[in-house]
Write a protein that binds this ligand. Structure first.
Ligand code: HAX
Length: 441
């Protein structure tokens, strides 16, 4: 057994027995009440899931195993001469619950390198799709084609002991993460770069190699990829992509099936597609105003126009956060360091001054502040990465680190199939008239 797999086994076994003891003593304790409004409004605020990898605080933002984004940018190992964390490090942290050393991260880089081979039938599948297929659709189809490789599915078919589930899940998870950059880069080069592909560089880290295979080979862009793939990795368990991956995995669907399902959710405009929407919205604004340096007043009018036609301002608002997303701030810092005079970034920063008070004045929006998607596209755009319908694929490659390390935990903790209770409005009305008991009272 590999070093990291052995450590995961030991750590998760300990956690498993600690949880059993905890539930024996405290399993009947209540952790909240559920209101009728919450049931009708996207289950907002209902605590109903365990996700070990990260925890979102409405006021301070995301913490990965207790560490904030600024802390991780400081503490996680970097590439030689680099300043941004290597995403291998955040995967290690989420999986094992402790900070990696440089050696741990190098080890993981070489494991991902070793297991990154993508069979040619996956590329052939992608080749058969119309070129105008959305890259997220291609990405999901690429992952689904790869499902043929699932060790978990094969072993399950043969009939395996429940105790072995986690181990085969783990192996699939490592294989899948290792292969995703190759699939994503293949889609990018096929769709936008005349199908001219770039072979992997066996000496580069996971993010650096991804940048290389897409055709962006400067050290500065690799640094952006390392930051990007680190900060998008996880956002606790209730968001659509994480929850979907977990839910589908709870049916013992293998990591390929579960991750592909999660990616279908990430492809929605209220979730991961928002990064594409943001840049499109800004470019439309520039085109309409015939200016690449719109003033605060012009932005204000454009925002009001967007709202007046019943659209959301993309990149603003959040279901849980109530402050500026620390992932927005991390990207703003990267921009101020590497490209402070870029006009598109300056527009993003001006929008940040203008939008929150307008959204606040509407009185109904719970969080008027920018989320991660308000910034990411402009950084990519700066480097000539202008195919913004691909941006969500980058998000998806990153998100694999969080949702798939969680899937390892789901199986290691033997979490059961998920099955919340649903109700009908007829039953609610009956309950309100005292004719039916849906609340267990
Ligand atoms: N612009 C205009 N109106 C907005 C808004 C925005 N950016 N954000 C919320 N609202 C509106 C909602 O549409 C809702 O209006 P109605 O009552 O008329 O339906 C009202 O304000 C209350 O919404 P909320 O409770 O504050 O927000 P939700 O938890 O329902 O939704 C969303 C959270 C992120 C989906 C929402 O803020 C939104 O649509 N934002 C724009 C899209 C976006 O940036 N999505 C990316 C989110 C981050 C992410 O998941 N990335 O992957």
């Amino acid at each position: 057994m590999g070093v990291i797999k052995q450590q995961f086994k030991d750590i998760s076994e300990k956690q498993n027995s600690a949880i059993k003891d905890m539930l024996k003593e405290h399993g009947d304790k209540k952790i909240g009440d559920v209101t009728l409004s919450q049931v009708y409004q996207g289950m907002r605020g209902i605590t109903g899931l365990v996700t070990e990898t990260s925890l979102l605080d409405a006021q301070s933002g995301i913490r990965f195993r207790g560490f904030s984004i600024p802390e991780l940018r400081e503490k996680l190992p970097k590439a030689p001469g680099g300043a941004e964390p290597l995403p291998e490090g955040i995967f290690y942290l989420m999986l094992l619950g402790k900070l990696p050393t440089e050696d741990d991260v190098h080890h993981l880089t070489s494991v991902f390198q070793r297991r990154s081979h993508v069979p040619s039938y996956v590329f052939n599948t992608l080749e058969s799709l119309p070129i105008n297929t959305h890259p997220m659709t291609m990405f999901v189809i690429g992952v689904m084609a790869l499902q043929n490789e699932s060790r978990f599915a094969k072993e399950y078919q043969k009939g395996m002991n429940k105790k072995d589930y986690w181990g085969f899940m783990y192996d699939d998870v490592i294989d899948l993460i290792a292969r995703l950059p190759r699939i994503a880069a293949y889609i990018y080069r096929r769709k936008y770069k005349n199908n001219e592909h770039i072979e992997p560089d066996g000496l580069l880290d996971w993010a650096g190699n991804f940048a290389h295979m897409m055709g962006y080979d400067t050290e500065e862009f690799r640094e952006l990829m390392r930051l990007y793939l680190t900060i998008h990795a996880d956002h606790e368990g209730g968001n659509v992509s994480a929850h979907t991956t977990h839910l589908v995995g709870s049916a013992l669907s293998d990591p390929y099936l579960s991750f592909a399902a999660g990616m279908n959710g990430l492809a929605g405009p209220l979730h991961g597609l928002a990064n594409q929407e943001v840049i499109k919205w800004i470019l439309d604004m520039q085109a309409e105003l015939k200016s690449d340096e719109p003033s605060a007043k012009q932005i204000e009018e454009y925002v009001k126009k967007t709202l007046s036609i019943g659209k959301v301002v993309p990149g603003y608002g959040h279901a849980v956060l109530r402050v500026t997303d620390p992932r927005f701030i991390a990207q703003m810092e990267f921009g101020k360091k590497h490209m402070p005079h870029d006009k598109l970034l300056q527009t993003v920063w001006r929008i940040y001054e203008v939008v929150p008070p307008i959204l606040q004045s509407l009185g109904k929006i719970k969080n008027p502040w920018p989320n991660v998607d308000a910034h990411s596209g402009s950084l990519l755009y700066h480097y000539g990465f202008k195919e913004f319908d691909f941006y969500t694929v980058l998000f998806g490659v990153s998100r694999s680190l969080g949702v798939l390390s969680s899937l390892c935990w789901d199986r290691a903790l033997s979490l059961p199939i998920e099955r919340p209770k649903s109700i009908t409005t007829v039953s609610v009305n009956n309950w309100l008239q005292g004719k039916e008991d849906i609340a267990g009272d």
